[in-house]
Design a protein around this ligand. Structure first.
Ligand code: NDP
Ligand code: 8X3
Length: 250
């Protein structure tokens, strides 16, 4: 039985992980900003879950929430830095600065806030696993990916740099880097426009949130001497494109 802290358990990957991990005998600290969704999770999972209304962008709120965990949930085995978002697909020259700031604040500051709050205790007890949600967008550029992809490149490199620092301990670190997966991600990216969000997955089979949860469960349950550094996965129906060439102005 593991105690697993999940940022962003109110939707998508986080909700799928919560369901799968509890079903398979673990307990979960589920966090997110939407209180009504957290209340639903509490109703569903009872004593197996501790819910916290938490905006991971706020470092002192993160620290406080961890400091006052109930005894049953204090001994955290796994931190899953899952909460994150993209806003828009505008070209960099047309993007809103406030959107970029929100994405950086969530995908970078949120990850370092949770990591900073939980890592020292993992090192002290010489046991723990930090699993970060990167993206194929952190490796492969695409139009409109600008700051979102850059934050995921941060997550990738931060994971590997943690691994470098953690040599000599039993603390493990992993970056999971999915491609297209149908969750609320696109609805958030398109500011609630459900039609645009659905069109992203039209005519193809995307990954499901449970595909990601199952992969993370596998990573988490490797023997203690095995560290999975990164996993990149995408739908069979997704692939890479050719370079774009500007031929109009020669
Ligand atoms: P969803 O939009 O379905 O879920 C995102 C979760 O993050 C929600 O639970 C949301 O909860 C939480 N969240 C967002 N901002 C904050 C915040 N400031 N503080 C706390 N929680 C927050 O997206 P996915 O499940 O698809 O995405 C999960 C992760 O996977 C993200 O990091 C995303 O970038 C990454 N990813 C997604 C892919 C996809 O195609 N879906 C592919 C590759 C990576 P609430 O709103 O209640 O706070
Ligand atoms: C989300 C996947 O391809 O929309 O990280 O950027 S993608």
């Amino acid at each position: 039985m593991k105690t697993i802290f999940i940022s962003g358990a109110t939707a998508g990957f986080g909700a799928a992980m919560t369901a799968r991990f509890i079903k398979n005998g673990n307990q979960v600290i589920a966090t997110g900003r939407r209180i009504e969704r957290l209340e639903e999770l509490k109703k569903l999972y009872g004593e197996k879950i501790h819910t916290i209304v938490l905006d991971i962008r706020n470092a002192s709120d993160v620290e406080k929430a961890i400091a006052i965990l109930p005894t049953q949930f204090k001994n955290i085995d796994v931190l899953i830095n899952n909460a994150g978002l993209a806003l828009g697909v505008d070209s960099a020259q047309n993007a809103k600065l406030s959107d970029w700031e929100t994405v950086i604040d969530t995908n970078i500051n949120g990850v370092i806030n949770c990591t900073h709050a939980l890592l020292p205790e993992m090192v002290k007890k010489n046991n723990g696993h930090i699993i970060n949600l990167g993206s194929v967008a952190g490796e492969f550029p695409y139009p409109g990916g600008n700051v979102y992809g850059a934050t995921k490149a941060f997550v990738h490199q931060f994971t590997l740099n943690l691994k470098a620092d953690l040599i000599g301990t039993n603390v493990r670190v992993t970056c999971i880097e999915p491609g297209m997966c149908e969750t609320e991600f696109s609805a958030v990216r398109f500011s609630g426009d459900q039609q645009k969000a659905q069109d992203v997955y039209k005519g193809m089979t995307p990954l499901s949130a449970d595909d990601i949860a199952e992969t993370i469960e596998w990573v988490m349950n490797r023997p203690a001497h095995v560290n999975i550094n990164t996993i990149s996965l995408m739908p069979t129906a997704q692939a890479f494109g050719a370079f774009a060439i500007d031929r109009g102005r020669a």
